[in-house]
Write a protein that binds this ligand. Structure first.
Ligand code: ZN
Length: 209
């Protein structure tokens, strides 16, 4: 067993014990700073709970885009966009696994969103030379790819900004923004955001068809 797994296991057991005692299993995000990184913001147990909230925010962000695409007749593109945004919902939290990269540092910034958008633009632009995919509003495939990549990361940042730990949108600037609405492990918020996201996508699809 690796040290990281041992720590995660310890935290899982501690959380179970706290739950048995009736205490909140996760505590605050600020308090979580001293815990293994995997418990914050989505990685591993029990903060896998927060993955649900991020998925919800991604679905909420996708809903208006989905409405726009479906109502314009780009149903397949809407499906691919939704799948991509959900798949990338936790991408910024890759910093948990990158040695030397602080959590909610460079991967939680507008610069990283632009970097991912740029990578998507490159891939989509390359694909457009061999594959003809219709895109809405006269956007090139590269431009559409940029928006999907940027938007996927930005949705994650919006999910994190509600927690006390905040987000450094303008990294490397140390200025941090936080709405302080909830801690990352709130089951009510995670479940609520997910339900809201599913509802928003269902409603926008219904209205667009
Ligand atoms: Zn995050």
């Amino acid at each position: 067993m690796t040290p990281g797994r041992a720590l995660a296991g310890d935290w899982t057991r501690a959380a179970a014990e706290a739950t048995r005692r009736g205490a909140p299993a996760g505590g605050s995000v600020i308090g979580a700073e001293t815990r293994p990184a995997s418990v914050m913001c989505g990685g591993g147990e029990p903060a896998g709970v927060y993955r649900t909230g991020h998925l919800g925010v991604s679905l909420l962000a996708f809903a208006p885009v989905g409405y726009w695409l479906v109502s314009a007749g780009f149903v397949a593109l809407a499906f691919v966009t939704a799948a991509t945004m959900c798949y990338l919902a936790m991408l910024p939290d890759v910093d948990h696994r990158l040695p030397g990269i602080p959590h909610r540092g460079p991967t939680h910034s507008l610069a990283f969103a632009a970097l991912v958008g740029g990578a998507f633009a490159l891939v989509a632009g390359g694909l457009s030379r061999v594959l003809s995919v219709a895109t809405p509003a006269g956007l090139s495939m590269a431009a559409f790819g940029f928006l999907v990549g940027f938007g996927s990361v930005f949705a994650h940042l919006l999910g994190d900004v509600v927690t006390p730990m905040g987000v450094r949108f303008l990294w490397p600037s140390s200025r941090s923004w936080s709405l302080r609405l909830t801690t990352a492990d709130s089951r009510v918020w995670n479940g609520g955001l997910f339900a809201l996201g599913v509802f928003a996508v269902a409603a926008s699809t219904y209205l667009a068809l």
